[in-house]
Design a protein around this ligand. Sequence first.
Ligand code: NAG
Ligand code: NAG
Ligand code: NAG
Ligand code: NAG
Ligand code: NAG
Ligand code: NAG
Ligand code: NAG
Ligand code: NAG
Ligand code: NAG
Length: 380
Amino acid sequence: MVSTHSIMATALACLAFSVAPVTATTYSMVKQYYGSTFFDEWTFYNNYDNLTNGDVVYVSAQNATTDQLAYVDTSTNHAIIKVDNTSTVVWNNKRNSVRISSDDSFGVGSLWVADIYHAPYGCSVWPAWWSQAAVWPQGGEIDTFEGINTNTQNQMSLHTETGCTAVSQNQTSTLVASTNCSYAANEDQGCIVTDPSTGSYGAGFASSGGGAFVTEMASTGINIWFFARSAIPSSLSSNESSIDTSAFGTPVANWPSTGCNITEFFQPQNLIFDITLCGDWADGATWNSTCSGICYNNWVMGNGTDYDNAYFEVGYVRVFSTEGTNTVVSPTTTGSGSSSTTSGSSTQSSSSAGLPHGGYWMSATLLVVVGLFSALFTLA
Ligand SMILES: *[C@@H]1O[C@H](CO)[C@@H](O)[C@H](O)[C@H]1NC(C)=O
Ligand SMILES: *[C@@H]1O[C@H](CO)[C@@H](O)[C@H](O)[C@H]1NC(C)=O
Ligand SMILES: *[C@@H]1O[C@H](CO)[C@@H](O)[C@H](O)[C@H]1NC(C)=O
Ligand SMILES: *[C@@H]1O[C@H](CO)[C@@H](O)[C@H](O)[C@H]1NC(C)=O
Ligand SMILES: *[C@@H]1O[C@H](CO)[C@@H](O)[C@H](O)[C@H]1NC(C)=O
Ligand SMILES: *[C@@H]1O[C@H](CO)[C@@H](O)[C@H](O)[C@H]1NC(C)=O
Ligand SMILES: *[C@@H]1O[C@H](CO)[C@@H](O)[C@H](O)[C@H]1NC(C)=O
Ligand SMILES: *[C@@H]1O[C@H](CO)[C@@H](O)[C@H](O)[C@H]1NC(C)=O
Ligand SMILES: *[C@@H]1O[C@H](CO)[C@@H](O)[C@H](O)[C@H]1NC(C)=O
């Protein structure tokens, strides 16, 4: 939803600033989530979706394993993260799904890559690959990959405290929906850049084998690159331990430090995969223009065959630090209260900010009201 105000702000920003170059940096690999150990260092949310009001229960690590909602496919070595498509959901119940948050967090000077072969799509489905700091909105949020329903284009966004804006963006996308990153502006939609490629989300993304998302959180700015599978740079596909962002070309989305002091607005980020159903965005104002019926009744309820495409298939997640630094913050060194990284831990991350990412079109007050309302109706 593009407001007139944000279009004007964009136009003014374009007039007022010349475009700054995207600075190239060399990074070294510091962390890899891959193969049989992929799920070892993540916390499963283990609670119903009380963050974005979706109609799902985010299962525990144990249930995710038992019910095969999070597992490593032994034939491909790819990690699968999925919505339950085998159970029949009756009125008042929610459908099982998964939300995982990395135990480690990664500070300014980090770059992370997710190689994704398939991502969830279809009516009522709302997946995201994103990150946020332990304290939100103070520590910031980066939404690298997010979409809903039958949309075909990935939507990227930052969410911050007031004072961070998108100006002088040197990026391949021309689709700038909003430029004020403050959670307090425009009902927390963030500063949104949409990927012009219809292969960046949905059926098009899946049919071309997905691709690699690179998120760079540098003091000079935040950048996101999306490479379709056929165009993944060799440093990534050949698993080089050192990569140089100058080989990546211009990012699809860029938020330079000119308009947003990255070290001021961003703290170490926990990486998150989640899939919810309906909720604040998927069942919001655009539901009727993308899908039919009533989101919960006609899609979530029933035998689950609507969710055969509601899964992530992830080749790997790798994290890099600026050459010569180590930006990894592990839970034991932060003292943030997160449990030590036992595999299969099912406690909810105490570092989870507990507020919606992409909490579209709703004020915090309204969210509380709607939350209570849906809790009464769906759990009573
Ligand atoms: C885990 O599975 C058990 C047994 O089916 C169930 O009682 C429990 O509610 C589930 N917990 C979650 C968070 O899904
Ligand atoms: C961004 O939104 C916040 C909260 O509404 C407001 O205080 C601030 O002035 C806005 N910034 C710009 C550049 O418009
Ligand atoms: C990628 O390289 C790292 C060492 O740099 C190694 O630990 C890891 O196993 C490699 N991954 C794959 C998928 O080959
Ligand atoms: C934008 O960034 C690219 C590198 O990604 C650089 O080559 C180019 O000069 C920059 N454009 C401008 C107008 O600064
Ligand atoms: C950016 O924020 C950091 C940390 O708050 C501060 O030290 C620095 O001076 C700020 N830079 C600018 C250009 O304002
Ligand atoms: C979609 O249309 C139905 C039927 O016209 C209506 O009841 C519902 O409120 C609409 N949903 C939204 C999110 O506007
Ligand atoms: C699942 O439910 C749909 C809609 O009610 C129905 O068309 C379909 O045949 C069912 N599939 C199975 C495998 O029962
Ligand atoms: C669930 O979806 C998977 C693909 O994600 C498919 O292989 C499987 O057959 C589906 N299960 C049922 C019961 O439809
Ligand atoms: C969500 O539920 C968990 C577990 O009950 C609770 O700790 C957390 O504060 C809740 N978050 C929100 C935003 O309500």
